[in-house]
Write a protein that binds this ligand. Structure first.
Ligand SMILES: Nc1nc2c(ncn2[C@@H]2O[C@H](COP(=O)(O)OP(=O)(O)OP(=O)(O)O)[C@@H](O)[C@H]2O)c(=O)[nH]1
Length: 285
């Protein structure tokens, strides 16, 4: 039996979980950042339990990497499920102002509780959370307007954790919380690997690249969101006629003297940088 294409390092996961809980203790609101290409795979199934009664704001980042019509569909899909998604392009700062307002509004309940207990209202404390590479740091930079100056450290806060004041009523932790990988879903894990959102995992580039090609070709056949010639335009080989593995082999032979590892890395890199265009890998059901 062959091993699954993705494997995690348990030590890294334990460390990520410890850091995450450490961050969560200190905040009122979590901004959960997902990747618009794979908004389901970038959700951690335990997050809502970990958050308990803390407020959550759902951020779908990299909105520039999916077609606009799909954004409309995802928006409706999340709203049907009682969630309000905030779409952002953290690289260009799009949607970030609205997001900051939503974070502040989400923390209002905390202040109402304080006031009802006779305490003074205080600034809402927020943290940005998400899987590796979904754009957490870019989003923090945009939220703080690239001001890297941090406000005073609070007592009891670990040395590395600093708060940045946004406007009058919102304090943001200047370091994001990284969600640990979930272990038991290889289909979601492949999506994370395609997008490089998986962090400390070991995987086989050639199998992952071939699986990406299979998935792109399936979505080309089944949906209007991926142009039928997206691979041909870049690699010069017709799209629909091969399995992912055959496609990779043929392209490696034509362009890389049969070096499939190089071809696989190039393909993954092209996809991750958006060089194949806006290619979503998940669609709302
Ligand atoms: N096209 C596009 N690229 C983005 C967007 N947000 C972030 N990026 C890019 O994605 C890459 C990763 O972004 P980071 O902000 O470092 O992601 P992160 O979640 O902090 O990553 P880790 O530190 O690995 O957990 C960078 O090259 C960013 O410029 C976005 O909305 N659109």
């Amino acid at each position: 039996m062959t091993s699954p294409p993705i494997q995690w390092y348990p030590g890294h996961i334990a460390k990520a979980e410890r850091q995450l809980f450490n961050n969560l203790k200190r905040v009122d609101v979590a901004l959960e950042v997902r990747d618009a290409r794979i908004p389901l795979a970038t959700h951690h199934p335990h997050l809502d339990r970990w958050l308990g009664d803390k407020a959550k704001v759902l951020v779908i980042n990299r909105v520039d990497m999916i077609p606009p019509e799909l954004r409309v569909q995802w928006e409706a899909w999340f709203r049907e499920r009682g969630e309000t998604p905030y779409f952002t392009d953290a690289q260009r700062g799009i949607g970030v102002k609205t997001l900051a307002q939503a974070a502040q509004a989400a923390g209002r309940a905390m202040n109402q509780r304080r006031v009802s207990r006779g305490m003074k209202p205080r600034a809402v404390r927020a943290v940005v959370l998400g899987f590796p590479n979904v754009g957490k740091s870019a989003l923090i930079n945009r939220l703080v307007n690239r001001r890297v100056v941090a406000s005073a450290r609070r007592a009891g806060v670990t040395r590395q954790l600093r708060w940045v004041r946004l406007g009058q009523d919102l304090d943001l932790l200047d370091a994001p919380g990284v969600l640990p990988a979930k272990l038991n879903n290889q289909a979601a894990a492949l999506n994370l690997a395609f997008c490089d959102d998986i962090g400390e995992a070991a995987y086989d580039n050639q199998r992952v690249a071939a699986a990406l090609l299979d998935q792109v070709q399936r979505l080309q056949r089944e949906t209007p969101f991926i142009p039928p010639d997206v691979l041909q335009r870049r690699y010069g080989i017709a799209d629909q006629t091969h399995t992912g593995e055959d496609y990779l082999a043929q392209w490696a032979e034509a362009s890389y003297q049969d070096d499939r590892e190089r071809a696989a890395c190039q393909l993954l890199n092209d996809f991750r940088k958006g060089l194949l265009g806006a290619i979503p890998l998940e669609l709302p059901d």
